[in-house]
Design a binder for this molecule. Structure first.
Ligand code: NAD
Length: 337
């Protein structure tokens, strides 16, 4: 069993821990947190050994009635791999800790690409991570774009991608984030940083992205235009996407008109935390005009990177190939409606 440490147990870390626990070939060695809160309490209730990420603050856990298994150094030194799911920039500060114990580490999309050996998306470049020490699982938006670009590029070649990302202002728990009542060009400069981030996965891709922020918490929405190298029928692209395990084509018959009903559907379907691990593409939106393909997709920012982290664990440790890892992760997480 692969022993996995999770450093940073927030929105992403707690989901990755639960996903790791579901896998037949890995287990959660422990999770590290900086301070006691409701997430620390539920970690203990779930049976995850809790480690103190900052030694000076370890007493606070005892004061809150939470038992600490030890300092984060113990967790890192005993793990086969660490998933760092700390806030943007903290992963970079933690890198020396992982190097000190020679423990390979996964970082999240908030870190810079030049921190790591490889930026990772399971569908697009699984093998590139094998045998490396420091890997970045790309952001929710880059994951969502990569999963669509990979099959299009393989089948038809991609001349140019233009994507407009309408981004949620904050996650549901991020009460301090905004905008409250506004629509922001964000970043106002064009292209946004998302295009270069996708190029960390597809180095030769021609892609421009524009970003906006809106007062929503549920999901991001992408409006995508991909110019292919040949003209293709929309029906053929729909069929191709239907074969992709992490693309969910929302059928017209479901009457899902936006993120609200998508999340409602995820809850009704019994998904943990209402998570949507797949890109949610409105099937009717997949259209072609000559060589231009268009579509709308919803991206659940809190969860689409979770299966990618699980696959990245196997990729880094050389424990599986891409096809088997993706199939195992999907099966044990319950991906696919
Ligand atoms: P979060 O704030 O929800 O969780 C981070 C956790 O790390 C918190 O529990 C925090 O207390 C803890 N932490 C802070 N400093 C720490 C330290 N030094 N050691 C250990 N733990 C520490 O953040 P998040 O949304 O889970 O984001 C984590 C990473 O994932 C970021 O790089 C982010 O960019 C990326 N990401 C976030 C989303 C999203 O929508 N939330 C999506 C994709 C990728």
């Amino acid at each position: 069993m692969i022993q996995v440490a999770i450093n940073g147990y927030g929105t992403i870390g707690k989901r990755v821990a639960d996903a790791v626990r579901e896998q037949p070939d890995m287990e959660v060695l422990g999770v590290a947190k900086t301070r006691p809160n409701f997430e620390a309490e539920t970690a203990v209730e779930k049976g995850y050994p809790l480690y103190a990420a900052i030694e000076d603050r370890a007493d606070r856990f005892a004061e809150a009635g939470l038992e600490i298994a030890g300092p984060v150094e113990d967790l890192v030194s005993n793990a086969d791999i660490v998933v760092d799911a700390t806030p943007s920039g903290i992963g970079a500060e933690n890198k020396s800790l992982y190097e000190e114990y020679d423990t390979p580490a996964l970082y999240q999309g908030g870190e810079d690409a030049d921190l790591v050996d490889v930026s990772f998306n399971a569908r697009s470049n699984f093998e590139a991570a094998t045998g490396t020490q420091h890997v970045r699982v790309v952001s929710c938006n880059t994951t969502g774009l990569s999963r669509v670009i990979a099959p299009l590029q393989e089948a038809y070649g991609v001349e140019k991608v233009r994507a407009t990302l309408v981004r949620r202002g904050g996650d549901p728990g991020q009460t301090s984030r905004g905008p409250i009542n506004d629509i922001l060009p964000d970043p106002v400069t064009i292209p946004s940083h998302h295009g270069p981030d996708v190029e960390t996965i597809f180095p030769d891709l021609d892609i421009d992205t524009l970003g906006m922020k809106v007062p929503a918490t549920l999901m991001h929405m992408h409006s995508l235009n991909v110019t292919l190298e040949e003209a293709v029928d929309a029906a053929e692209i729909r069929d191709r996407f239907a074969d992709e395990s992490r693309l969910f084509l929302i059928p017209e018959s479901m009457s899902i008109d936006g993120s609200g009903k998508l999340k409602e559907y995820a809850h009704d379907a019994g998904r943990p935390r209402g998570d949507l691990w797949e890109n949610c593409i409105w099937e009717e939106s997949i259209s072609t005009v000559g060589r231009d393909c268009y579509l709308f997709q919803g991206i659940h920012q809190e969860s689409d990177v979770v299966p990618e982290n699980v696959d990245a664990i196997r990729a880094v440790l050389g424990a599986s190939d891409a096809t088997d890892s993706i199939a195992t992760t999907n099966e044990h997480l319950g991906i696919g409606f």
